[in-house]
Design a protein around this ligand. Structure first.
Ligand SMILES: NC(=O)c1ccc[n+]([C@@H]2O[C@H](COP(=O)([O-])OP(=O)(O)OC[C@H]3O[C@@H](n4cnc5c(N)ncnc54)[C@H](O)[C@@H]3O)[C@@H](O)[C@H]2O)c1
Length: 307
């Protein structure tokens, strides 16, 4: 299949582009390199340094005869979205809307969208949250992701665009960008290597559901199948506090960095974990890498000085 991976020069998208090439798909990467890097784009993928909003995107879809779009390009900083909601909406809503319009204009058959199970539900009534949990997003970043989910339903109803929404929990792993939702793992790894203290905002009791990028990639390969339609959580169902995460990383790294506490961020969600039962029942997906295995791999990646 001819697949466009947007954001394929970034953390998750570059892992997906590589896996798609390994699965013998023809891969085109589109990325404006605002956060990603050219080196992360795997060999064998065609590359276009282009913004989602560039009118030329339509010609790329036509030229590369794109059949499926795996959409990962986004401004990913929750903090930035709170500071500048218009900037966030321009990239994450308007950019995606233009891509969707181009997709239907070119007869694209499948659209996979990276949404956020870590943020669309907001403060949860139950743990882990299923896909039918009420959505009460707390930040512009999460509001924009949910807004795109509604646009997808519109394009499905009116233009027969098939889609799968993957609501990730907090994704971590080699190549991770420190600004994203699970950026805390990358930041802690970098600080451990530099011999600096790990700084936690708040009391460290806030919890997250950390999922490895390898498991997320497997979910994306399933999502490309024509029969995979609808909205699916991609997480582990387990809560880990940020304090426990910091302690695990200190232990696994063998370093003796201190853990320090700073003022909490007012918009930060307190607890999060999401139920992956639907994707498991439908397609047999389940997380395979334990948190400890994943963190060790990530520490190894960040301890390599060339990154
Ligand atoms: N990392 C997580 O924990 C997590 C959780 C839930 C959802 N997501 C979503 O997964 C996707 C990938 O996240 P990531 O962690 O790999 O982030 P990332 O920053 O590493 O990758 C995003 C890529 O998109 C590119 N980009 C940004 N705006 C663009 C635009 N307007 N046009 C073209 N390219 C643009 C960036 O240059 C970057 O390479 C994002 O949509 C993010 O919202 C991530």
């Amino acid at each position: 299949m001819n697949i466009l991976v947007t954001g394929g020069a970034g953390f998750i998208g570059s892992h997906i582009a590589r896996a798609c090439l390994e699965a013998h798909h023809k891969v085109t990467v589109l990325d404006n390199l605002s956060a990603g890097s050219r080196e992360a784009v795997p060999q064998g993928a065609a590359f276009y340094q282009m913004d989602l909003r560039d009118p030329e995107v339509l010609n790329v879809l036509k030229k590369e005869k794109i059949e499926a779009i795996n959409h990962h390009a986004a401004q990913i900083s929750v903090h930035q979205s709170v500071a500048d909601p218009v900037f966030d909406a321009n990239s994450n809503i308007i950019g995606t809307l233009q891509l969707l319009q181009n997709a239907v204009d070119c007869g694209v058959r499948k659209f996979v969208f990276a949404s956020t199970g870590g943020a669309v539900y907001g403060e949860q009534d139950c743990f882990p949250a299923g896909e039918d949990h009420p959505c009460r997003p707390l930040t512009p970043y999460a509001i924009a992701k949910l807004c795109v989910e509604h646009y997808l339903a519109f394009y499905r109803r009116n233009f027969d665009l098939n889609y799968a929404v993957l609501r990730y929990s907090n994704v971590f792993g080699p190549g991770q960008n420190s600004h994203g939702e699970a950026g805390v793992v990358a930041i802690f790894c970098q600080r451990l290597n530099a011999g600096k203290p790990l700084v936690i905002f708040g009391d460290g009791g806030q919890t997250r559901d950390f999922i490895s990028v390898q498991d997320v990639v497997k979910a994306n390969l399933l999502a490309l199948k024509p029969e995979c339609l609808g909205t699916f959580n991609v997480g582990t169902g387990k809560e880990t506090s940020v304090k426990a995460l910091a302690e695990s990383l200190v232990k696994l790294s063998g370093r003796n960095s201190k853990i320090e506490f700073a003022a909490p961020r007012h918009y930060e969600q307190r607890r999060s974990s999401i139920d992956y039962g639907k994707l498991n029942k439908s397609f047999g997906w389940k997380p395979e890498l334990s948190l400890e295995e994943g963190l060790s791999e990530t520490l190894d990646y960040f301890s390599n000085e060339t990154h």
